[in-house]
Write a protein that binds this ligand. Structure first.
Ligand SMILES: [Zn+2]
Length: 323
């Protein structure tokens, strides 16, 4: 085979011209062994080039969706999971804040805090780690469990505080805290008068019906709960002093506003929040929530107990849906 025959064959192969390949082959019958070995190498190399090309064209024909199915690892890398996960958490938190109708200020602060570090979720976890009735949401729309009655009520005998009747009872933990708080108030020259505490469902029936009789349905609903919907039924609530607006003018009220939180007590129905709590301002009505929850309410919810309890309620509802 002449040099021309060899070059022509390679050229023909490259152009995939079968007729020229045959002619070149025929022309080069006389080629020596060395030349044929070179030709074989070229043919083998071209065969691999052809294989690679053919496999590429086949790939192009595979529908896109099949490729997605065929390589799931491409969308499930750990690098991608982290941001998606935290974005979902942020979405959940935002949904809970909206659902719980938290004030815009508090909601923005909470979102900012949650984006920064885990301080908020840690505080939430501690605030809800103990007795669930400390943060149980009971308001105009959400009653206590039917027939609820605390099993650790203790009578109040008056120690550091005064009592205005003999049948007052609180849950043990609240009673102990009240004693501690009243001793601190007394040290500051303030005497706390305890006027109303635990009310059973049946007793609330009497209180509510009397209020309706005396002031009419609408006025009664502004300041007394229907049976089953009263915070007093938790055994964690104290009404102090005169149980009317004049209490706000007393030293005891001033002292409680400044100090109750550090003993775990929280004003349930503050001034200006009737649209949030459902109740008009009650300067005398404090609920024991424990020290951890009290500081959670102050730190993240501007001291508004209803916001914090509503947040926890919606948060747990969301969590139970997830789980
Ligand atoms: Zn009350």
């Amino acid at each position: 085979m002449s040099n021309y025959g060899y070059i022509d064959l390679i050229d023909a192969l490259k152009q995939s011209d079968p007729l020229r390949i045959f002619r070149s082959y025929a022309k080069g019958k006389s080629a020596n062994k060395k030349q044929w070995s070179l030709i074989r190498q070229e043919i083998i190399a071209l065969f691999f080039v052809f294989l690679a090309f053919a496999s590429c064209s086949r790939r192009e024909q595979v529908p896109q969706s099949q490729w997605a199915d065929a390589s799931p690892s491409a969308v499930e890398t750990p690098e991608l999971l982290a941001p998606i996960d935290s974005a979902h958490k942020e979405e959940n938190l935002n949904a809970v804040l909206t659902q719980a109708e938290i004030s815009q200020d508090a909601a923005e602060n909470i979102m900012k805090s949650a984006q920064k570090d885990s301080a908020f979720s840690d505080a939430l976890a501690s605030a809800t780690a103990g007795d669930p009735f400390l943060y149980f949401l009971v308001d105009k729309e959400r009653p206590l469990p039917e027939g609820y009655e605390p099993d650790d009520l203790v009578p109040l005998n008056g120690g550091a505080y005064q009592i205005n009747r003999s049948d007052l009872r609180l849950r043990k933990e609240a009673a102990d805290s009240l004693e501690e708080m009243a001793a601190a108030a007394r040290a500051d020259g303030v005497t706390l008068l305890v006027s109303s505490t635990y009310r059973s469902y049946d007793y609330q029936v009497i209180v509510y019906n009397r209020n309706v009789r005396e002031m009419g349905q609408e006025a009664a609903d502004r300041e007394s709960a229907r049976p089953g919907y009263s915070q007093h039924q938790t055994g964690l609530v104290v009404d102090f002093g005169s149980i009317d607006d004049s209490f706000a003018q007393t030293k005891a009220s001033e002292w409680l506003l400044a100090n109750a939180g550090r003993f775990g007590w929280s004003l349930s129905f503050p001034d200006g929040y009737e649209s949030v709590t459902g109740y008009r301002w009650e300067s005398w009505h404090y609920r024991y929530v424990g020290k951890t929850l009290a500081s959670f309410i102050d730190a993240y919810f501007g001291g508004i107990q209803q916001y914090a309890l509503r947040f926890i309620y919606e948060w747990e509802k969301g969590a139970s849906l997830d789980g």
